[in-house]
Design a binder for this molecule. Structure first.
Ligand code: HEC
Ligand code: HEC
Length: 234
């Protein structure tokens, strides 16, 4: 039984990621709305606009989620405090929801991005709260810190820009047009894996921890050398 379940899950994830087999009929669309409203809206909002932790059960904006595989995976794995829906919904129901999210709720496009422009816009609009390298801030107001963005998928970053969860400002299309939103999301994604020639990246926490690690290494080398010398003499 166990191995059947395991195979089933592997197959399921593969199918989800390949994005194949979306069977579809118009009649199912009303059911999809109802399913989303019942199982997802409490945290993500009826229009997938997102709900802030300050207001109630928190879930990010889904309005830039264009990949049904991401929705399937989220329901399957339950990231953060999102529950897993594997045993609550059937696979066809989950597919229906994934289609509904990506076709009906995803109104923020993610195209036409430019990495260089994204970097500039990030520094001007986001770095003050989320840190220069998206490490998260130490912003004490409303008892909330701006979170680290490293693990946030591009879609959630783009969604948050338009939505403005809790104390975060929302950026309208007049302030940041669609291409700029895509550029910032691309830049946040890029920061996850910047090219760093030579040496360990130390999770990009900046020069202070890097210096501390250098000191710790130097110290342990010294201790090791002393130990070697004592040991060598017997
Ligand atoms: C109890 C609150 C809650 C409910 C209910 C909930 N979610 Fe979530 N969801 C979250 C949170 C919190 C995250 C953010 C995880 C993170 O920060 O990466 C999330 C993330 C996601 C993501 C982004 C995936 C990712 O990689 O982060 C998708 C897509 C998603 N949810 C879809 C759904 C759908 C579809 C439903 C309904 C079947 C649902 N969620 C129900 C809280 C919830
Ligand atoms: C004034 C400070 C401030 C600025 C400026 C700001 N943010 Fe935020 N951001 C926050 C805070 C605080 C939260 C947490 C809100 C919450 O949890 O309800 C947050 C949350 C987020 C999240 C997480 C949403 C989630 O639910 O997972 C993302 C992504 C994000 N911000 C991206 C950005 C980007 C991109 C910019 C620049 C365009 C930006 N922020 C500008 C303060 C800020």
């Amino acid at each position: 039984m166990k191995s059947w379940a395991a195979w089933g899950r592997i197959l399921f994830v593969l199918l989800a990621w390949a994005g194949v087999g979306w069977s579809q009929t118009a009649a199912k669309s009303a059911e999809a709305v109802a399913l989303f409203s019942r199982h997802c809206a409490v945290c993500h909002g009826e229009a997938g606009q997102g709900e802030s932790a300050v207001i109630r059960m928190a879930g990010p904006s889904l309005q830039a989620v264009h990949n049904p595989g991401l929705v399937m995976l989220a329901m399957e794995t339950g990231p953060s405090h999102m529950p897993r829906f594997e045993t609550i919904l059937t696979v066809p129901q989950m597919r229906m929801i994934a289609r509904f999210v990506t076709r009906r709720l995803a109104v923020i496009p993610l195209t036409g991005e430019s990495l260089g422009r994204g970097g500039n816009l990030y520094r001007v609009n986001c770095a003050s709260c989320h840190g220069a390298v998206t490490q998260g801030g130490t912003l004490g107001f409303a008892g909330l810190n701006a979170p680290a963005l490293r693990r946030k998928p591009m879609a959630l970053v783009a969604g948050a820009i338009r939505w403005g969860p809790g104390p975060m400002p929302r950026f309208s299309a007049a302030e940041l047009p669609a291409r700029d939103v895509a550029s910032i999301a691309e830049y946040v994604r890029y920061l996850r894996r910047p090219s760093h020639p030579g040496g360990a990246a130390l999770h990009w926490n900046g020069p202070v921890p890097e210096g501390a690690v250098a000191w710790a290494m130097a110290l342990s080398l010294m201790v090791f050398a002393i130990w070697l010398e004592k040991g060598g003499r017997g």
